[in-house]
Design a protein around this ligand. Structure first.
Ligand SMILES: [Zn+2]
Length: 237
């Protein structure tokens, strides 16, 4: 698919994945204005929980890019987003990671095998690989999926938590490292149910510190409504 896109791009100019404009100055997916916007949004990284970090907020642009990663076969989008995030260099997430014990182990949330066959790759694995590259850590496939569960996207919060509880099991090496930090890696943090289930699969005897790192944070609607209400109050004062 990417090959066809590049060929048609060569003939007709490429379309920016952010705004859809045809431009010869894509990098290769965003025009300069959308790339600027992405860099701006990377400064809005967040910590959705005490042990969780997300590189970008869910915004129209990041939503389109994550969609391309998951459904359009653009697996390279994982490293593109990581490279444009604050996980790199002196960015905020990079600074937070630097405070944690080394070495770093990035454990992707496993994809169900049928979905893997359909997609050809696990996006969480690609994100984990990109994070490992920029931080000097390594990818460890220490989790497996137990059984088929219903897709998360159309479920309520309670249904999601039920759906993923017990969905994973650990596949640890015989000799576990004694030091370091484990990051469970996923594409989007919504309720945190999936990554919590992954961490509980490691078990209580798991000796390493565990954190969560996702590309995007999709704030719950209630949080957004609270934010709007707060802003209104400020404006009314
Ligand atoms: Zn654009």
């Amino acid at each position: 698919m990417e090959f066809i896109r590049r060929c048609s791009g060569f003939l007709f100019g490429m379309e920016c994945l952010g705004c859809g404009s045809v431009s010869e100055r894509l990098d290769p997916w965003l025009c300069p204005a959308c790339r600027e916007e992405l860099l701006r949004e990377s400064r809005e990284y967040s910590f959705p929980g005490p042990d969780a970090m997300s590189l970008f907020p869910m915004r129209p642009l990041t939503r389109r890019l994550i969609h391309a990663l998951k459904y359009k076969g653009l697996s390279g989008m994982a490293s593109y987003l990581v490279r444009h995030s604050s996980a790199v260099g002196e960015g905020g997430v990079a600074q937070s990671i630097a405070l944690l014990a080394r070495p770093y182990y990035f454990v992707p949330v496993p994809l169900h095998s049928s979905r893997y066959r359909e997609r050809g790759y696990n996006q969480a694995q690609r994100i984990a690989a990109a994070l490992a590259t920029v931080t000097g850590g390594r990818v460890c496939n220490w989790l497996a999926r137990r059984e088929f569960r219903v897709s998360q996207t159309k479920l309520s919060r309670e249904e999601r938590e039920w759906n993923v509880a017990g969905a994973f099991e650990r596949r640890l090496p015989r000799e576990l490292p004694r030091r370091g930090t484990v990051f469970v890696v996923d594409d989007v943090f919504t309720t945190g149910a999936t990554t919590s289930s992954c961490i509980s699969a490691f078990g209580r005897d798991f000796p390493l510190d565990t954190k969560v790192c996702t590309l995007l944070y999709d704030e719950p609607v209630t949080a957004t409504m609270d934010f709007v209400a707060d802003c209104k109050m400020e404006w009314n004062v």
